[in-house]
Design a protein around this ligand. Structure first.
Ligand SMILES: Cc1cc2nc3c(=O)[nH]c(=O)nc-3n(C[C@H](O)[C@H](O)[C@H](O)COP(=O)(O)OP(=O)(O)OC[C@H]3O[C@@H](n4cnc5c(N)ncnc54)[C@H](O)[C@@H]3O)c2cc1C
Length: 438
């Protein structure tokens, strides 16, 4: 049962258990949705004035740019949530079948994601391609092994370094030799039931020519999704209301904000690890200490406008190419967004970059774009994500010690998968666990 004097608390007063949710990014919003669908009351608190957390779309000079995720894959859990929200008819399909590139040895080379691309790409030598075919004879992940060592053992040095490591680590901005396979890629393989050979597991899909789910967005950007969830559950969500602490309270917890205290039966935490550590210290200082160990990589997004006949989803740039840019999304091509390109900088590659001002960083991204793609680019926007992306680096071994008290559920991209599909799936699972009282 929830108590408190704020507007959200006013909706309670009966004996229905209430879950207090910290954060109204996609994790917190999807969890609010799945819990309310099952008749559980929620009180969701968001420090910002708007929903979505990392999902933020902006209109700049008449163009839509995405400050966080650039596109959505219409996989099962996303599709059913969009159906629930009556959003499916408003989706805009992107150009799903365009290639993704890796910039290696002064050229953009197709990252092979199908058998045809694997045969034709010039990213790998013939020797490198043949070595990949030996993967079914290698073992699964070993304890203490880095992602780089694991991928090299599986696929050979060339394919590991030029293809698999950049594809996997691209989102996190961490070098593959700083990531332990058992806390990162190994968990993803486990979720897909892959123990031994990765090639054997994916071959049936590749041979059938099964396409991945289509790439989609909305005319006004991805923010439409969190906005629709927030509208649907407007009575349960308090915006501009940062949680300042969580305290134990009898059999439940108290959520404390600047102006109120709310008693709830369970807590769902969706905020970043450093924030969760601060908020949960009064409940469990050891838990807070463990969360503080997790490293993040700050990421800077530079949105550019450029003319050019560039076709593809974007690229990853190998570190030895000497660019500060980690990779790009070519929104103009992938999503038919007028002239828009998004460059990612930062991560673990250039920590000094954060000290520079936005103008300097924008100029670096535009200059490198021109050097890489031969088209003049102007800067639309520079956005800094801090703390940024969970690094999934060696500090993730701390998760072995993450032992939250009963009725505190983590629904986060550092305890489970990053990405919108992963967040929605995790929220659905957490809602089921909270309802079943597991
Ligand atoms: C640059 C970038 C690009 C990405 N690209 C993609 C992509 O293309 N496709 C994809 O699927 N995924 C992508 N991701 C990953 C995906 O965006 C995230 O995994 C997901 O959006 C995280 O959602 P979340 O709700 O778990 O966390 P968040 O979005 O971080 O939400 C947490 C919320 O908690 C709130 N909060 C924090 N402190 C408090 C407090 N004290 N009180 C109340 N509220 C608080 C925050 O304001 C925020 O709204 C990308 C991520 C980044 C950073």
């Amino acid at each position: 049962m929830a108590t408190g004097s704020g507007p959200a608390a006013g909706k309670t007063g009966d004996d229905t258990p209430t879950v207090g949710i910290v954060g109204a990014g996609i994790s917190g919003l999807a969890l609010t949705h799945f819990l309310e669908e099952q008749g559980v009351q929620t009180l969701t608190f968001e420090s910002a004035a708007r929903p979505g957390g990392t999902i933020q779309s902006r209109e700049i000079d008449g163009r839509i740019v995405e400050l966080g995720p650039q596109r959505l894959r219409l996989a099962g859990p996303v599709k059913s949530l969009l159906d629930d929200l009556d959003l499916t008819d408003d989706l805009q399909e992107g150009n799903t079948n365009q290639p993704l590139f890796i910039y290696h040895d002064e050229a953009f080379r197709v990252a092979p994601l199908s058998i045809r691309e694997a045969l034709t790409t010039n990213l790998l030598s013939w020797r490198g391609k043949l070595r990949v075919l030996a993967e079914p004879f290698t073992d699964g992940p070993k304890s203490g092994e880095s992602v780089e060592a694991f991928l090299t053992r599986k696929f050979g040095r060339e394919a590991a370094h030029r293809l698999f490591a950049p594809l996997y680590t691209g989102l996190y901005g961490t070098a593959a030799d700083d990531m332990l396979v058992e806390y990162s890629l190994g968990k993803a393989l486990e979720r897909h039931g892959i123990e031994g050979s990765i090639l054997r597991a994916v071959a049936p899909y590749a041979l059938k020519g099964q396409d991945p789910p289509p790439i989609v967005t909305f005319e006004e950007g991805l923010q439409r999704l969190p906005a629709a969830l927030a509208d649907r559950h407007a009575d349960s969500i308090e915006f501009s209301t940062p949680v300042t602490a969580v305290e134990p309270d009898g059999n439940g917890y108290e959520i404390i904000t600047d102006s109120d205290r709310y008693s709830v039966d369970a807590i769902a935490m969706t905020a970043s690890a450093p924030t969760a550590a601060r908020l949960l210290k009064p409940v469990d200082p050891t838990l807070a200490g463990t969360l503080e160990e997790l490293n993040y990589n700050p990421i800077i997004m530079v949105h550019l406008a450029a003319d050019g006949d560039i076709v593809g989803h974007g690229c990853q740039i190998l570190p030895e190419a000497g660019y500060t840019t980690l990779g790009m999304t070519w929104n103009a091509s992938m999503l038919d967004r007028d002239d828009v390109y998004t460059a990612y900088l930062g991560g673990g590659r250039d920590e000094g970059l954060l000290e520079r001002d936005d103008e300097e960083i924008g100029a670096i991204a535009a200059r490198e774009f021109e050097s890489l793609l031969g088209a003049h680019a102007t800067v639309l926007n520079v956005h800094r994500w801090e703390p940024g992306m969970p690094a999934y680096d060696r500090s993730w071994s701390a998760l072995d010690r993450l032992d939250p008290p009963a009725d505190i559920e983590f629904v986060t991209n550092y305890t489970d998968r990053a990405g919108i599909i992963g967040r929605i799936t995790d929220a659905k699972g957490a809602a089921e666990r909270l309802v079943d009282g597991e």
